[in-house]
Design a protein around this ligand. Structure first.
Ligand code: SF4
Length: 366
């Protein structure tokens, strides 16, 4: 545990800073958002296209699976066509790690304990150090050694931390310290307990994640809860939301988590009510249209889309721009001031234009 970092509510634990390509991780750097492609890495065009979509969504570090030599051989071609830092995910074979480094990747994800013995670890550590490419030690609760579980009385968090320490020691013994650590479990509570335990003594940056989190709703809830709890406690330097879904959705969820804990804000925040019997406009349609119209905007701005005049004007006023529905129309607010009434059919277009205009005004001012 390092020197605390100041935040309005959250005191972030300070870890050692490492650099993955152009992105700083740890040591108080902004919590970065990662994702992983689900294309065949050997298919360069498909992988590059997915990485570009991830970048557009705000992904800052991307990882690709490297299951064989052919995939490793394509990494240089992928790297030359993308801007994001590229991390190669390796298991079992240190030659793939060496090949990935040779192809110019910015970092590795591997567990030194499973790449072929001390010689292999030394070779990879020396090459990664020469290229200043960090290595993430990634412990997964599902693949813990039986001996570790027995030694810790079946306590999975304790065993996960012990496993991470063992992996870290192998790298440190090889003179390598550009390390990042993850301790993932599909159980939210186990994940949180393991990271808390690790954070007490680990000087290295922590990569958060709940593994095999699941489908969009279940996975979002598990990730938001697990990652959110840790971030709110100041633990975590970078993270990946893992969903059985297009990885672009992982990035969108990641930014909502960061926004919810007030660590980073990207893109418009749409405040909308659930509607009730008082609502006299098609609010669901309006919210969808506004969200679609503002997709791709990166500037943070609070936009209220409310169903009626009971709570609507209050929320709409608190937001930078907002509407509150009435019968067949809505009231438009800007910076807390009532602007005018707008017919329902024009509400989405007017609101989207207002948001864009405000963002442009803000840009001119700064
Ligand atoms: Fe119902 Fe109005 Fe509240 Fe929306 S803002 S939930 S429509 S009372």
């Amino acid at each position: 545990m390092g020197v605390p970092q100041e935040h309005a509510v959250i005191t972030r634990l300070k870890t050692k800073r490492i650099r993955i390509g152009s992105v700083d991780v740890g040591g108080g750097a902004p919590v970065s958002v990662q994702s992983m492609t689900n294309t065949d890495t050997r298919d360069v065009a498909a992988t590059v296209a997915q990485i570009e979509r991830l970048e557009m969504a705000g992904c800052e570090i991307v990882r690709v699976a490297v299951p064989d030599q052919e995939a490793a051989d394509r990494l240089g071609a992928i790297k030359s066509r993308i801007r994001l830092p590229l991390v190669a995910d390796i298991h079992f074979d240190h030659r793939l790690a060496l090949a990935a480094l040779d192809q110019g990747v910015d970092g590795l994800r591997l567990n030194p304990g499973n790449i072929g013995g001390p010689e292999a670890v030394r070779a990879v550590a020396a090459e990664a150090l020469a290229r200043q490419a960090p290595i993430r030690v990634g412990v997964n609760a599902g693949s813990l050694e039986k001996g570790l579980l027995e030694a810790h009385g079946g306590s999975v968090p304790q065993a996960m931390v012990a496993s991470a320490r063992r992996e870290i020691a192998l790298l440190e013994e090889a003179g390598f310290d550009l390390i990042k650590v993850s301790l993932k479990s599909s159980s939210v509570l186990e994940t949180v307990a393991a990271y808390r335990l690790m954070a007490e003594t680990c000087p290295y940056p922590l990569h958060l994640g709940v593994t095999e989190a699941g489908t969009l709703i279940a996975g979002t809830v598990k990730s938001a809860l697990g990652i959110g709890m840790l971030l709110a406690e100041g633990i975590g330097d970078t993270f990946r939301v893992s969903l059985t879904r297009d990885p672009v959705e992982e990035v969108r969820v990641a930014y909502e988590i960061l926004r919810a804990v007030d660590l980073r804000h990207r893109g418009p925040e749409i405040i909308s009510c659930p509607t009730c019997g008082r609502c006299e406009i098609d609010l669901f349609g309006l919210v969808e249209a506004v969200e679609a119209g503002l997709a791709g905007m990166t500037e943070p701005i609070k936009v209220a889309v409310m169903g009626c005049v009971v709570n609507g004007p209050g929320e709409a006023k608190a937001a930078r721009v907002g509407v509150a529905g009435g019968r067949g129309q809505g009231i438009l607010f800007r910076r807390g001031q009532l602007v005018r009434k707008v017919p329902e059919g024009e509400l989405a277009g007017v609101l989207i234009d207002e948001v864009r205009r405000m963002v442009e005004e803000d840009k001119r001012r700064t």
